[in-house]
Design a protein around this ligand. Structure first.
Ligand SMILES: Nc1ncnc2c1ncn2[C@@H]1O[C@H](COP(=O)(O)OP(=O)(O)OP(=O)(O)O)[C@@H](O)[C@H]1O
Length: 540
């Protein structure tokens, strides 16, 4: 618990703040002494702000993370220096950042008052998105916010309506908070973020199907938008009729679209379904038609929300080729997707939306790397150590049950990030339910698309077990060197035994956790054999 430690914070150095479209980015160096094994939060005016940080432990090891909550695993009483970067979504010239240490929701500083650091923000570069040069920018958003009303029941909405404003039965929910950004003409801009962070809401505002509650935005030129499935098409009309109807909405003269009907049908590849009611379409056919229409109306700005994920691979390839053609023609594209490979390949710049706020913007590679770390840190606590639950994908004859697993790095710290060449320590504990002959505990690593890259078990590694009675706990500690290439690998754990030469699955938990492998040494393929590899190149 917290008692016994007196954490201290000291501001060592503040670097020049920089103005970004989403706020003011500040960097500081903080000395934290006697920290204890707690969780960090940083607040600005009581609103959590996102913090990117790196720090050196007393043994000199560099660690980094990105999160509002900063999980540390250092020993009580240790001191560290944190290089913290945070974004203050504020227009003021100064701000007070409140740093706190929190354990299980209880504030360290609650009794003695929080630690406040006053930051001067006055030297930042000035410039507002609303005043951006219209000849350069196709899209500009200035402090866009969107509020939804959340009702607990449909009847609450009706009761509120009937009360003529006397009763408030809803809660306000801010799906977007003060979003400012700009997209240059000809740029492909990606928006990524966790589920429910506000991406689709932002695109709907830009496509003018939703109004912002506050803020201003400008989209220049003809817009074509592929928003969520079902938007824009009338289910009772045929594909052809919907195309004509929608082209009016895009402001395209009838004769212009008539000339393009054959081409729209051909690109969509839906054949005779073009003349059938849209309600009979599969989701893939729907997207094919919507995409085909969007590119044929010759938009200046193409707004796309996850649409490609629904099409099959051949169609996706065709769409990517069209994107490239659009980019080459200098069109502006704004794309929301969870496909990070597509983001890297297509986008010039990318923004991350987190809880309704645009928290990070930059080149696609930088932002995707940052986002991957963010996702990993968000998953870290559940992934490294786990008491198993019944609802996971598992099967077996039930004579034993895996009750816990742990992933530790070489320093015995829980981790899901490993460098090629490092060792992972996997501990699996299983409860024997019924008498079991010679149980074997094993692990399998798989790629995201299910290819088994490596598997081992206690028997292969030379540890023979014996018959065990019900009620015993069997623990297996394995140390495995990682020779994998960079990437994410899912892990399955299992208990099995052999009867008459046949392997019986006693308990198997499929893809229950994952590790992320990083590497300083590039290689081709799944296995990284380049560590220690040598080469001589000579001409004769
Ligand atoms: N009409 C609405 N009424 C109330 N809440 C809404 C409405 N539309 C969206 N929301 C809420 O606003 C938040 C942002 O939703 P949005 O669909 O923009 O997220 P998203 O980032 O696109 O998510 P995903 O990646 O899952 O598609 C969510 O919490 C969602 O529940």
């Amino acid at each position: 618990m917290m008692t016994g430690y007196k954490a201290q914070l000291q501001l060592l150095q503040q670097e020049q703040p920089h103005k970004y479209s989403q706020g003011i980015m500040c960097s500081t160096k903080l000395l934290v002494t006697n920290i204890g094994d707690l969780v960090w939060y940083a607040y600005d005016n009581n609103q959590p702000v996102l913090v990117g940080y790196h720090y050196r432990t007393t043994s000199g090891e560099l660690k980094e993370g990105i999160r509002t909550k900063l999980p540390y695993n250092i020993s009580p009483g240790e001191s560290i220096t944190i290089n913290a970067a945070f974004i203050v979504p504020s227009k003021s010239n100064s701000t007070e950042l409140v740093w706190d240490l929190v354990l299980e929701g209880v504030s360290w500083f609650a009794e003695s008052g929080s630690m406040t650091l006053s930051m001067s923000l006055s030297d930042h570069e000035s410039g507002e998105t609303s005043e951006l040069d219209k000849s350069i920018y196709a899209i500009s958003c200035s402090r866009i916010s969107k509020k939804f009303k959340i009702y607990s029941h449909n009847s609450s909405k009706l009761a509120e309506y009937l009360s003529l404003g006397m009763k408030k039965n809803h809660q306000d929910y801010w799906a977007l908070k003060n979003i400012s950004f700009a997209v240059k003409k000809g740029e492909t801009y990606g928006i990524i973020g966790f589920n429910g962070s506000g991406k689709s809401t932002l695109l709907s505002i830009l496509a003018q199907t939703k109004h912002p509650t506050n803020g201003e935005f400008l989209v220049q030129g003809r817009i074509a938008a592929l928003l969520e499935l079902g938007a824009g098409f009338h289910p009772e009309l045929t594909g052809r009729q919907n195309v004509i109807y929608n082209s009016y909405l895009y402001g395209i003269p009838g004769h212009e679209i008539e000339e393009k009907l054959d081409s729209i049908q051909e690109f969509s590849g839906i054949g005779m379904f073009f003349d059938k009611a849209v309600k009979s379409y599969s989701s893939g056919m729907y997207v094919r038609l919507a995409f085909s229409l969007a590119i044929h109306v010759d938009p200046d700005v193409l707004i796309i929300d996850e649409a490609l994920a629904v099409g099959d691979e051949v169609f996706q390839r065709k769409c990517y080729a069209k994107f490239e053609e659009f980019k080459a023609k200098g069109k502006t594209i704004i794309l929301v997707t969870h496909d990070l490979n597509a983001v890297r390949a297509l986008c010039d710049r990318v923004g991350i939306i987190y809880d309704g706020t645009l928290i990070f913007e930059g080149t696609s590679n930088d932002v995707v790397n940052y986002y991957q770390k963010m996702s990993l840190t968000a998953n870290m606590q559940v992934a490294v150590q786990h008491e198993t639950k019944e609802d996971e994908l598992r099967y077996g004859n039930g004579k034993a049950k895996i009750i816990e697993y742990k992933l530790l790095d070489q320093n015995d710290d829980p981790s899901i990030v490993y460098k090629t060449g490092e060792k992972i320590k996997v501990t699996i504990r299983a409860e024997i339910i019924e008498h079991l002959e010679n149980p074997v505990i094993g692990v399998i690593f798989k790629t995201i698309n299910g290819v088994e890259v490596f598997g081992t078990n206690s028997k292969i590694l030379g540890s023979e077990s014996r018959d065990l009675k019900g009620g015993r706990i069997l623990t297996c500690d394995m140390t495995i060197p990682i020779h994998l290439n960079e990437g994410t690998y899912f892990m399955s754990f299992g208990v099995s035994n052999q009867i008459g030469g046949e392997t019986i699955t006693v308990d198997r938990m499929v893809d229950v956790t994952f590790i992320r492998v990083i590497s300083d040494i590039p290689c081709i393929g799944l296995v990284n054999q380049n560590i220690g590899a040598g080469v001589k190149l000579y001409a004769e």
